[in-house]
Design a binder for this molecule. Sequence first.
Ligand code: ADP
Ligand code: MG
Length: 479
Amino acid sequence: DYRRGGYHAVQISDTFKNGRYVIQRKLGWGHFSTVWLAWDTEKSLYVALKVQKSARHYTEAAMDEIKILKLIADGDPDDKKCVVKLLDHFKHSGPNGQHVCMVFQYLGDNLLTLIKYSDYKGIPLHMVKEICVHILVALDYLHNKLSMIHTDLKPENVLLLSMLDPSKDPRYTGASPLLPTSKSKPKPEQDPLETIESIQSTNGNLTKNQKKKIKKKAKRVAQKGAGEEASGDSESSMGLPGQEESSHEAELNGNSAEQRKKSNRGHSPATRQNLLKSVDAKCKLVDFGNTCWTYKQFTSDIQTRQYRCPEVILGSKYSTPADLWSFACICFELATGDVLFDPHTGDKYSKDEDHLAQMMELLGIMPRKITQHGCRSNEFFNRNGNLRHIRELKVWPLNKVLVEKYGFGEEDAKDLADFLVPILEFVPEKRPKAAQCLNHPWISSGPRLLEPSVPSGQVQAADSEACDDTGAEIDDRGG
Ligand code: ADP
Ligand code: MG
């Protein structure tokens, strides 16, 4: 992906925007971007610099993300809604093209790293509850106030506010911020003053077909990228030694829990413990690159595989409840260290069908309303509402899974299942809203630092065509 239209090869101590931002180290990556810790020489603070791939599709996606981020920031002047703040944006020219860059407040590790530091055993329940409060406050704000659907909720897209000064983080070298050197002076072709809007105008005027082609290609690139990252070498030249990969996909590509555990390389138990202690569990949502509106959606192909809800798999209409499904998956994963659903392709069945089977084993049979009405329902279900290729379902309800597989006490298991099972409701309209989840005893009995907005009425499923023909889906996509 380090070719024309792809990532920009960033090096430590590189500068951006006429020397204002100096790169310190890599923070993470997704299929759209790489994200770097940078020192803002103008404001003397650390920031996160997201450098988008340069192909037109990614540029357009970044500009949409910027618009959405501005709306999100405008509605939250007091910074209480647990969403990341955009500080600046500009474009940067490099050998692979022009890259939209977004500057964010620097946040700490993502939740996948936190799960890793628990050795995939799960984090203490009081911390899970506190993280859940923050995610729910963010979701309540997005859904209720802004009519937005995040569509890609997963542990990598929830970041902790670490109390550690990044320069004192024991995992990384460097005691003070790198400042610009003569070697890292801005390159003459950079034009940081050009606005995002001007990129938009140069990239505009595409026909629908051209847009579709670019989108398809971007998806193929994304799929390919997932495979490349899993092999673990495509970015080895870019980070500092010992740096951890942040992608769930790299972790999940082998998919089994054992393989995830093997990849838990890196730091000493003491370092992990200290980092765990440094977390006060406040967190914020990031990555609004796939966010859409309840009344305007761009694709039926949303969510990362493990966090994907049944209505999306079945090609039915989706709306804000899709985010609640992903939220429940994250909550389970925080509490147990394991993904809730881990579907595989079999000899006789697809990954989607296995996913639906796993859902029913945990939560019971799907009602006909669900099995018959998606535009892909026929692929998976026969007229009797049974899966076509998977006949035997091994029922194992959530509270029993928590006790028998994860060693929970009966009461903790019951309490957590009481909270999660209604959110994992197959009928999306029946799922509780984020604000209602905040009032559930499992949450409200815990620490309560933030208030939700007033709950709204019915969530309306968007009136858009649920199935489109945009081609292959992105399973296990990055960041
Ligand atoms: P993409 O759209 O390419 O998935 P993201 O916005 O999700 O990009 O960022 C990719 C990763 O970079 C995140 O999973 C996270 O680890 C890291 N990251 C993103 N924003 C920040 C931030 N503000 N502070 C610290 N790390 C960040
Ligand atoms: Mg991401």
